[in-house]
Write a protein that binds this ligand. Structure first.
Ligand SMILES: Cc1cc2nc3c(=O)[nH]c(=O)nc-3n(C[C@H](O)[C@H](O)[C@H](O)COP(=O)(O)O)c2cc1C
Length: 223
């Protein structure tokens, strides 16, 4: 991206939304390099960088991923039909738009010029919550910042992208498809490409008034 069109960080953060309709046009190497460099700048526990990203570009490997992702998306949609019942008006239309975009992504995944497959190595992580009697979260903190950095770079570069995780239901198959070693886990699959429509843009998120507290959990923020 040239200096005169450089996008501010806040603009990138506030327009990063799921862009599921991607053009097959190739991504220039220098653009892709900047996206990957952004991922590498992310902090990780102990600066171990216990993650890797596979830049999937061959038709054969992309088709293998699409063959895994497609049925998982279909299963997800089927499961979410019940959540649509009772909805009407704008909210129903919004959910239906998301499903239609997700259908498009699932049907055209192999046509995305690049699919970034982020992997993680738990052996190189200090997972400080591993022994708690709840689902462990901390390890993800050494993988998802790189994913987010790459996605913010995509916004800055005019590339659409979506963080997806449904492939994890069939992680063993994904690992076979991409020659991922036994010890590595998969964290995110991010198809990227130039958008068919407007790409990143307005997002709908709750803000600090609802999500941030003052001093103690539940105390409304006074700023
Ligand atoms: C952890 C995580 C997993 C996600 N997995 C998928 C996925 O498998 N498929 C998909 O189409 N979108 C996936 N998404 C995208 C979200 O559905 C999307 O970000 C959310 O609905 C908000 O939409 P917006 O970003 O367009 O505002 C995922 C997002 C996150 C953060």
């Amino acid at each position: 991206m040239s200096e005169d069109t450089e996008m501010g960080l806040y603009e990138a953060m506030s327009t990063l939304r799921a862009v599921r309709r991607l053009r097959p046009d190739p991504i220039p190497d220098d653009v892709l390099r900047r996206v990957l460099q952004a991922a590498c700048w992310a902090p990780t526990g102990g600066n171990q960088q216990p993650w890797r990203v596979i830049v999937v570009r061959s038709d054969e490997r992309k088709e293998a991923l699409a063959a895994i992702y497609g049925p998982e998306w279909a299963r997800y949609v089927q499961g979410s039909q019940r959540r649509l019942e009772g909805l009407e008006g704008d909210e129903l239309a919004r959910r239906q738009r998301i499903i239609a975009a997700g259908d498009h992504l699932a049907d055209h995944l192999a046509e995305a010029p690049v699919i970034l497959l982020f992997c993680a190595d738990f052996r190189a992580m200090a997972v400080t919550d591993a022994k708690l009697d709840r689902i462990s979260l901390v390890g993800g903190g050494s993988v998802y910042p790189p994913v987010q950095n790459a996605m913010l770079a995509c916004v800055a570069e005019g590339l659409g992208c979506t963080l997806t995780t449904l492939h994890c239901f069939r992680e063993a198959d994904v690992k076979t498809a991409l020659d991922i070693p036994e010890e590595w886990a998969t964290a995110a699959m991010v198809p990227i490409g130039y958008p068919v429509l407007t790409g990143h843009g307005p997002i709908s998120r709750r803000g600090p008034a609802e999500l941030a507290f003052d001093d103690a959990f539940g105390t409304p923020l006074a700023i």
